[in-house]
Design a protein around this ligand. Structure first.
Ligand code: TYD
Ligand code: MG
Length: 458
């Protein structure tokens, strides 16, 4: 029977597959994200993801027969990177580092071999010439004895080279520039990206060589690529941060060998990325007492407690409509908090411009930040500085109530460890929310109570 080449459509936002074009993706509900890719069942069978497991293992074995030894991990030269992987890289694993262009993915992936003497690394670059990589390596410093640079975009050559060399680690920068001859479409298309990743996965599983794969995403997390790859790879690390800010956050969003609630902070310096092992110390104020409009929030980002400075500036609106701007915080949430202050606590902020900023270019989604946002806004509005040894952790509800936040004890102990003297939390927090050591826990039930306690001396 004659076979007809059929097409499939993929959603570039979530990777959902469909047999026909649709305006809206039924899985993620995004519009205009479906793209066409020829499906080649013959090929998928030959070397698709299913083929990643070698023939010998294609037989069911009793659970008891399988040896339970924990995966041997190889620690790399960067402490924070090891921690986020769960203690080192697992042999035969495929790790995706995804991030916007210019965030520092190439820098990070080149620093890994440079900081790990004795690690034989094959660094495949499809974006930069060998010379450009060399220039970057010189800038980064470190030991380049075990580092081999291979400028190549043809996947079959890359795999052949890797099979011959069998390095300790392979890095591929980036998935969008690689292509395989078995798929017709251009490099960077959905089907190319899927196939390139499947080839790398197969190589990693068969040879035991860990592979770090770099993938670009755009500002809104779009473009075919990393979203589709998430299903294929073992580990997804997302590199994020404000492009202009000096701090970068590496977040684990999928990890088949460890926890996904890990996060690491890096600082971009003139000579590469520097690991920040205690982020709180950097993100809290860099000025003395007496500045109004700032409040410290005890956040939880992933599993890690983090103290962060929230800055607000409230001024009379110059034009008719007041402006509300938030950097690193959801502006709708800011508007909601301002409405709560207006309605429940009687502060007239509707004719005021409000600017809000999270220190260090951090993006905050933890609702525990609400309380610090409210306090910083009021502090700026009254021009009343908050003592720098006080911090906050609470969610603010629509009726002005202060709601408890998860893992409050960890936030309290991190604040105590960093020398804070008081922490304001919800009075609905459990019994276990008590201060340890020098830190005193102050429980407040709603915004008016908070104002009475904090701004009483005003
Ligand atoms: P890069 O790793 O090329 O980003 P990506 O691979 O994610 O696109 O790095 C991007 C930025 O980092 C670039 O704008 C320059 C800056 N940078 C430094 O500030 N210091 C350094 O030592 C290096 C190598 C880069
Ligand atoms: Mg790059």
């Amino acid at each position: 029977m004659a076979t007809k080449t059929k097409s499939v459509w993929y959603c570039t936002a979530c990777g959902n597959e469909s047999s026909k074009w649709m305006g809206q993706c039924p899985a993620c509900k995004e519009w205009n994200t479906m793209v066409e890719a020829p499906s080649e069942p013959r090929y998928v069978k030959a070397s698709g993801i299913g083929a990643a497991v070698s023939g010998a293992e294609r037989k069911p074995r009793h659970l008891k027969e399988i040896d339970s030894a924990t995966e041997a991990r190889r620690p790399l030269g960067m402490e924070e990177f090891n921690r986020i992987l769960g203690g080192g890289i697992v042999p035969g694993s495929l790790v995706l580092i995804a991030g916007e262009p210019g965030i520092g993915k190439s820098t990070l992936s080149l620093q890994i071999p440079l900081l790990c003497p004795g690690l034989r690394t094959l660094y495949v670059t499809g974006e930069e010439s060998a010379r450009q990589v060399k220039m970057r390596a010189d800038r980064l410093g470190g030991d380049d004895a075990g580092c081999f640079i291979f400028p190549e975009t043809h996947m079959e050559s890359v795999i052949a080279q890797a099979q011959q060399m069998l390095p300790d680690l392979m890095i591929v920068d980036s998935v969008q520039t690689m292509y395989t001859q078995t798929v017709d479409s251009a490099a960077g298309s959905v089907s190319q990206i899927k196939e390139v990743a499947a080839l790398l996965l197969r190589f990693a599983k068969e040879s035991g060589v860990p592979v770090i794969l770099i993938g670009h995403i755009t500002k809104d997390g779009y473009i075919a690529g990393p979203k589709i790859l998430e299903h294929i790879v073992d580990v997804v690390l997302q590199f994020e941060g404000e492009n202009k800010g000096q701090y970068r956050i590496l977040r684990s969003i999928k990890n088949r060998f460890g926890s996904t609630s890990e996060l690491s902070v890096f600082e971009m310096t003139g000579s590469g990325l520097r690991e920040v092992s205690n982020p709180s110390e950097l993100l809290v104020p860099m000025h003395g007492e007496g500045l109004s409009g700032t409040a410290i929030c005890a956040l939880l980002d992933g599993a890690r407690p983090l103290l962060l400075e929230v800055q607000a500036l409230v001024s009379s609106a110059v034009y008719g409509t007041a402006q509300r701007t938030a950097t690193g915080f959801d502006v709708r949430r800011l508007n909601m908090l301002l409405a709560v202050l207006e309605k429940r606590a009687g502060f007239h902020l509707s004719a005021k411009d409000v600017f809000l900023n999270m220190a260090g270019g951090m993006k905050v989604t933890d609702p525990a930040c609400d309380l610090a946002v409210v306090v910083s806004v009021l502090s700026s509005n009254f021009d009343y500085p908050i003592p720098s040894d006080i911090c906050f952790a609470g969610e603010v509800g629509l009726s002005g109530e202060i709601r408890p936040v998860p893992q409050v004890e960890r936030r309290i102990s991190e604040a105590g460890r960093l020398g804070f003297k008081q922490i304001y939390i919800s009075s609905f927090s459990g019994e276990q929310a008590v201060g340890t050591g020098d830190i005193r826990v102050i429980k407040v039930e709603d915004v008016p109570a908070l104002v009475r306690k904090l701004f009483a001396k005003r």
